[in-house]
Design a protein. Structure first.
Ligand code: HCB
Length: 210
């Protein structure tokens, strides 16, 4: 019987080696991987809350990020297996300007790929104009923007303004997400959709391409 609680604990405590081993056990045991990823995402929120309360500091938050990435290195490929092979559309995705957080974006990418989307991953700290240029080049259906900080959320609004300025707003849908974001904020900047997690992002992407 796999111990999901131990895996969560390893991520919260930043124990990268145990996280990798426990993730392998979880994958072999056949647990539902999407719900496992959601539990691990909640674990990262616990880490963030501890950081905010000064119970842990940047090095510990980095260790937890490493442990989460070690777990995702194992879980991600399995999650992507058996995905829908029929191409549904192209998504250009990245983290907003100034934002180095990538774990959530990478999970969204894995789930989108498993659901038949082609991905152009722009990485982290993406300039608003780059989103627009790359979306045009790739003839993308959707731009996905991940913002993990209140200070980087305005970058998403800039992408939408640039799409308008370049006459592309009606050609490319914009979906946004990231821990501090909300549906209300997404509506306020004129995004086409907001997703709370990776499974919702995949559902939303399908809806957006009709
Ligand atoms: Co970071 N950090 N961090 N951090 N960090 C946060 C985000 C805080 C909330 C922590 C806190 O104070 N409570 C905070 C931001 C506060 C704010 O906005 N006001 C913060 C801060 C302050 C900072 C630094 C400034 C710290 C410092 O240097 N003093 C610094 C900023 C660096 C920068 O970006 N310029 C920093 C650095 C780091 C690292 C490097 C240690 C590490 C990132 C490692 C990496 O990504 N390679 C890190 C981490 C890990 C976090 C927390 C703990 C977890 C983030 C994470 O990976 N979550 C985070 C706390 C939190 O989020 N509450 C904390 C797990 C993923 C799976 O969840 O929400 O990202 P997610 O993604 C979900 C979901 O949102 C959705 O689907 C995903 C999968 O389910 N989704 C989308 C995401 N993107 C989407 C896009 C779409 O289109 C659709 C859906």
């Amino acid at each position: 019987m796999v111990n999901v609680d131990k895996l969560i604990q390893a991520v919260v405590e930043g124990d990268k080696d145990s996280a990798g081993i426990l993730a392998k056990e979880a994958v072999v045991s056949g647990v539902d991987l999407e719900s496992l990823v959601e539990k691990l995402t909640d674990a990262m929120r616990v880490v963030g809350d501890k950081f905010e309360r000064f119970e842990i500091f940047l090095p510990e938050m980095m260790q937890s990020a490493d442990a989460m990435m070690a777990a995702m290195d194992v879980i991600g490929p399995k999650l992507a297996e058996g995905g829908n092979v029929r191409k549904k559309g192209t998504v250009v995705i990245g983290s907003a300007a100034g934002d180095m957080h990538e774990i959530g974006k990478d999970i969204v990418i894995t789930v989108l790929k498993a659901n038949g989307f082609e991905i152009v991953d722009l990485g982290a700290d993406v300039d608003p104009l780059e989103f627009v240029t790359k979306a045009k080049e790739a003839q993308a259906d959707i731009i996905g923007i991940s913002a993990l900080m209140t200070t980087t959320m305005p970058g998403a609004a800039e992408v939408i303004e640039l799409l308008k300025e370049n006459g592309l707003r009606d050609k490319v849908k914009v979906m946004v997400g990231g821990a501090p974001t909300t549906q209300e904020w997404a509506d306020s900047i004129g995004a086409d959709g907001w997703a709370e997690n990776a499974s919702q992002a995949a559902e939303l992407a399908e809806k957006l391409i009709g």
